[in-house]
Design a protein around this ligand. Structure first.
Ligand code: NAP
Length: 508
């Protein structure tokens, strides 16, 4: 790999502290960064380089998955870490970058590549893009890349405008739109599970699959992010990107190669096949919610409308549930139920594929009391496992059945420590110019197109029942009704992970 210069615009921000610098540190330890590399954090804050390094050391110690390695590796790593104070609205910052890039190349005696990571508020993205273009910092598509954080647009129109602007200034292969869920090992493993096993593909269709569920639940409330959340909400913040991307991984056709565009084309096909909701159907297929004040996880929670920087009459949803259909041959008539929300009782992201029930007529009535259809449950985070539920005979003289789980787990602590964080995988891909896990312009727009009718109807008809769920519960009752109407119920993970040894009581 050629020498690499990485600019983190927003180097003093939350994302840089919690994710980006810890990820780069881990890539460095594992030898995945190119030989010569230089990281430059940029923010308006006036700060000496030594102070920046100290602050980042603290963050890496707190947020890296391997804090114990800081003492051993930090000094060497930190020599590559720099800080510059600039207002990115001003030209001066970019002039400096052009000369820094030249000097960096001269020092290493070969052409270097440059990555601009825009870890800044989305309003700054067009300004920065124009300046990078103006200063010819991205003129060579093979040696310069830009990373854009979510949200990518606020709706279809703004995403199209941003894509049009970027399309005028750069080549698509230089533009890396991050959806960090796609960097998660468990999400990538869906491809391995589906396409590296002959077992699943023949039954992965409407003939055998009853329905699919995706839950992305958080226990936390909006945590001081009121001003961001007021312009977003659960649908934009989670469904438009992460949830629809997981749906694509489950529903896509088999790729003929792992080329970036082949995978992205197959996912785009899914987004384009998702049935566009008629405005009159939105009420039937969606549920929105907002948490009230109350108690969750033993802590007092203020209601969303009482959070800092939130309108006391806010109509923004902190919970969303939607029933989608993918109108193609494979998924004809199979509902995909998705739900996401804040202040829910568990932090879990999981995908449940429920198969059609087996005919039970051969078994005596009492055997079938605990009859359950087969389920494949994919734990995405924080539990990372795949469990296949099937029927087994309960040991004993009678033919009694019970559902049991067969579990593949990444669960041991040692194994979890070896898992790269999503941002490590994604940063490494950017450095290696591999865009497979990043969103292409057409994918982003297709995802906005899917949720547009919901956004429009929700905006037209403000909710009359907000706040409508207590913190620490699974959202509004209507969300249960959405799936119960079809005879199903939402799946959650069992309380105790079967691969975790039960805690033994110490003998007194
Ligand atoms: P943040 O904590 O508010 O940080 C914003 C950064 O931008 C700061 O470093 C700030 O530096 C810098 N900045 C603002 N205006 C600037 C200017 N004119 N010139 C130079 N620097 C400027 O935001 P964040 O949470 O890190 O989020 C950054 C981006 O990542 C956002 O687009 C967000 O939506 C996205 N994102 C964040 C997370 C997360 O977990 N934090 C997760 C997903 C996506 P100064 O204050 O020093 O100027």
């Amino acid at each position: 790999m050629s020498p690499t210069l990485i600019y983190i615009f927003g180097g003093t921000g939350d994302l840089a502290h919690r994710k980006l610098i810890p990820a780069l540190f881990n890539l460095y330890i594992d030898g995945y960064l190119p030989g010569p590399f230089r990281i430059v954090g940029i923010g308006r804050t006036e700060m000496a380089e030594t102070a920046y390094r100290q602050e980042m050391r603290k963050s890496v110690k707190e947020f890296s998955r391997r804090p114990e390695l800081v003492a051993q590796h930090w000094t060497k790593f930190s020599r590559t870490l720099h800080f510059q104070s600039h207002d990115l609205n001003n030209d001066k910052a970019y002039k400096g970058m052009a000369s820094e890039w030249k000097e960096f190349q001269a020092k290493h005696g070969e052409e270097a590549q440059v990555v601009f990571y825009l870890s800044v508020a989305p309003q700054l993205a067009p300004v920065i893009a124009r300046r990078l273009h103006q200063h010819k910092l991205c003129a060579d598509p093979h040696r310069s890349r830009m990373v854009f954080e979510k949200p990518f647009g606020h709706d279809l129109k703004s995403a199209q405008e941003l894509n049009r602007l970027l399309g005028r200034l750069f080549r698509e292969e230089q533009i890396y739109r991050i959806d960090h869920f796609l960097g998660k090992e468990t999400v990538q493993n869906i491809l391995a599970l589906r396409f590296a096993n002959a077992l699943f593909e023949p039954i992965w269709n409407a003939h055998y699959i009853d329905h699919v569920q995706i839950t992305a639940a958080e226990t936390v409330s909006i945590e001081n992010r009121g001003s961001y959340y007021e312009s977003s909400g659960a649908l934009r913040d989670m469904v438009q990107n992460h949830v629809l991307q997981m749906l694509c991984m489950i529903a896509m056709e088999a790729p003929i190669s792992f080329e970036a565009d082949e995978i992205r084309n197959k996912k785009l096909d899914v987004l384009q096949a998702i049935r566009k909701m008629h405005p009159e159907d939105v009420h039937r297929y969606t549920v929105r919610g907002q948490y009230a004040a109350g108690w969750s996880q033993g802590k007092k929670v203020v209601g969303y409308r009482e959070e800092k920087s939130v309108d006391p009459q806010s109509a923004v949803e902190t919970f969303a549930a939607v029933k989608f259909y993918v109108d193609n041959w494979r998924w004809k008539g199979v509902p995909f139920y998705v739900r996401t929300g804040k202040s829910l009782p568990a932090k879990e992201t999981l995908i449940t594929v429920q198969f059609k029930p087996a005919p039970d007529y051969a078994f005596p009535e009492e055997a079938a009391h605990t009859w359950r259809p087969n389920r494949l449950v994919i734990g995405i985070a924080p539990k990372m496992d795949i469990r296949l539920r099937f029927q087994a005979k309960q040991p004993g003289p009678h033919m009694t059945l019970r559902p049991v789980d067969m579990v593949f787990s990444y669960a041991t602590r040692e194994q979890e420590d070896c898992q790269p964080e999503a941002y490590e995988t994604l940063l490494q891909d950017v450095i290696e110019a591999n865009p497979t896990l990043f969103m292409r312009a057409d994918q982003v727009e297709a995802a906005w197109t899917v949720i547009r009718p919901i956004m429009e109807v929700w905006a037209d008809k403000p909710p009359v029942d907000f706040p409508n769920y207590a913190p620490g519960t699974w959202g509004p009752e209507d969300a249960e009704a959405l799936i119960a109407r079809d005879g199903f119920n939402w799946a959650t993970l069992p309380e105790t992970h079967p691969s975790e040894a039960p805690v033994k009581k110490k003998k007194s």
